[in-house]
Ligand binder design. Structure first.
Ligand SMILES: [Zn+2]
Length: 587
């Protein structure tokens, strides 16, 4: 730090010209570390040096990774030493598929995760509404189809508890919403309302009156307009909560798949992220995709993406990716399947895009160097995405675009090997495959026993050379990745069901699951040169964990706690227990 710049450069040049092992050992390193993580069990995710004992950090980058003696040589007067107490240290985790502003706002709304019955939902909504009398709308999320005897809610359950204030609740999967009568009234939805493209209002078969269930795009296009948009202060406050939560669970980068829930999602608030960055308050790195709307890619959309890419392309805030929704979800028979649903042969789901228009859009984005994400859950939608990526590659003679498919719940057998062949990134969210008896029974019943054999087939994709990019889909499920790692490894519920795991051949090892959140996640974002493993020269993004994932029972992985999170050389989170222990040591 005190060395004048020219001398430093010259010294560095000489050192690299004449470096020999003997010299490296006898002479002090040229650069001093700002921080040293010592006494650690470092799993680097770097194949050339899988394990180490310590890490030297300078500025926002890693100076060196190695043994105790080697790294302590980087220590100088101003070096802060963090004693990891022998704990496991990993690269910070990337969540490859989140809806960050939606999730952050949901932290401020009524949470219906784990509400198993209608009565339980009613109680929580009632309590929340009473505790927040000033909110014009009561919003929340997380209810499950299995709470209702008919698999779908009804406005009457909400009218019973809150008749005079609008209530609007999103289902756990982000594809179905639930409104009370007041909310429908404020949005102007009546029996005469025409369903919008890509969505609909479920109606009473006799009267034609909407029953409060809002499907797919009807939620965004019609209902959302009636709800006052959150102001900037509300957005900032929500994001700050979201950032704290992300760092608390060990996340250092979020790849935002953009908004299903809040119109425009993270792409619309890139300037807010940038403002947080400039104020030094951003503690998660962001890559943000923009959603392309059917029926076709427009010139305006292309311009918006390219302008965003030009403006935002650094380590902290980056845009210039495109997201498509090709279908819905299997639970509601809206995922596009090659053959009819087993439990209702009149349905096979629908593609939300005309295949030719979609392929054309993909080819055009590909030609402009824009990475494409396609939400594709059913085998028909997955095949269309693979076809489109293949066609773009051959037409444009492009390579290494790393286009992605999101979710991949049920691919056709012959398509699983195409991920590796075409270099398509498989963006899975392990917790979506959580084999809860209710959910997986519903899912498996819809696709039938033959197709259920290929549910979330991450091992099959990986075996054929495909790259797995793991994430949560927060707020669809928790952003805490440790439950995801456990599910990727066990394919069991926390109670250990089913025995041996659901489709046990698709299980991953702990190391493979970690890759999906680190180096392979970095690869999926074209960032493997700078992130995803702990190596000299890469960004100093790391986490210290409460337990050693390699030594515990797989069924314990979900209980992992993050003790410390460092992003760009800065400690952005320390658990209360950890910092209390540190304080005691320094006394
Ligand atoms: Zn999503």
């Amino acid at each position: 730090m005190s060395l004048p710049q020219p001398r430093l450069c010259m010294a560095f040049l000489l050192a690299s010209l004449f470096a020999s092992p003997a010299m490296a050992a006898s002479e002090a390193p040229l650069q001093r570390a700002d921080v040293i993580i010592a006494n650690a069990r470092v799993y680097t995710v770097n194949a050339e040096q899988a394990w180490a004992e310590a890490i030297a950090v300078r500025g926002d980058k890693i100076l060196a990774v190695g043994g105790k003696a080697e790294i302590s040589a980087y220590s100088g007067n101003g070096t802060r030493v963090i004693d990891a107490g022998g704990r496991l240290v990993l690269p910070g985790f990337t969540d490859c598929h989140m809806h960050f502003i939606d999730g952050s706002l949901s932290l401020t709304q009524v949470n219906l995760d784990d509400a198993r019955t209608v009565a339980e939902i009613q109680q929580r909504v009632k309590d929340y509404a009473a505790a927040h009398p000033d909110l014009p709308w009561v919003e929340g999320r997380g209810w499950m189809y299995t709470a209702f005897s008919s698999s779908l809610p009804d406005k009457k359950y909400l009218d019973q508890i809150i008749p005079d204030r609008p209530v609007y609740l999103e289902g756990f999967d982000g594809h179905t919403w639930w409104a009370n009568s007041k909310a429908l009234q404020l949005a102007g939805i009546t029996g005469a309302t025409v369903d919008p493209a890509g969505g609909f209002f479920v109606r009473d078969p006799k009267t034609g009156e909407p029953d409060g269930v809002v499907k797919e795009d009807a939620a965004d296009d019609v209902m959302r307009r009636a709800i006052p948009r959150p102001g900037k202060e509300q957005v900032l406050a929500a994001l700050r909560r979201g950032l704290v939560e992300a760092n608390r669970v060990g996340l250092v980068r979020a790849i935002s798949a953009d908004g299903v829930h809040v119109q425009g999602g993270d792409f619309e608030i890139l300037d807010v992220y940038d403002e947080l960055r400039r104020a030094g308050q951003l503690s998660v790195r962001f890559d943000v995709a923009m959603r392309i709307q059917p029926p076709a890619l427009t010139r305006e959309e292309m311009l918006r993406i390219e302008n965003a890419r030009e403006r935002y392309h650094d380590d902290w805030v980056a845009a210039g990716k495109a997201k498509f929704f090709l279908d819905g979800v299997i639970e509601t028979h809206t995922a596009a399947m090659l053959a009819p649903y087993t439990d209702d042969p009149s349905l096979s789901g629908n593609l939300l895009w005309d295949p030719d228009k979609y392929k054309q859009a993909v080819a055009e984005l590909d030609a402009h160097g824009i990475q494409v994400f396609s939400h594709a859950i059913g085998d028909r939608a997955i095949r269309l995405a693979l076809d489109a990526y293949e066609k773009a590659q051959t037409t444009n003679h492009t390579t290494d675009r790393r286009h992605r498919i999101e979710h991949i719940e049920d691919a056709a057998a012959s398509d699983l090997s195409r991920f590796g062949k075409l270099g398509v990134i498989a963006s899975f969210q392990p917790l979506h495959a959580y084999p809860d008896a209710n959910d997986s029974k519903l899912w498996a019943g819809h696709v039938g026993p033959e197709r259920a054999q290929r549910g979330w087939a991450w091992r099959s994709v990986k075996k054929s050379g495909g790259i797995l990019a793991f994430g949560s889909d927060w707020p669809i499920v928790t952003q805490n990745p440790w439950a995801g790692v456990q599910t990727a490894v066990t394919r069991q519920t926390v109670e250990g069901e089913p025995e041996g795991g659901w489709l046990p051949n698709e299980r991953l090892s702990v190391a493979e699951a970690i890759r999906g959140y680190t180096i392979d996640a970095a690869f999926a974002g074209h960032r493997e040169q700078a992130e995803g493993s702990l190596e000299a020269g890469k960004l100093a993004d790391l986490i210290v964990l409460s337990q050693d994932l390699f030594k515990i029972e797989p069924s314990e992985i979900g209980k992992t706690e993050v003790l410390l999170t460092m992003v760009g050389g800065r400690v952005v989170y320390e658990s209360a227990a950890w910092s209390a222990a540190r304080r005691k040591e320094t006394k």
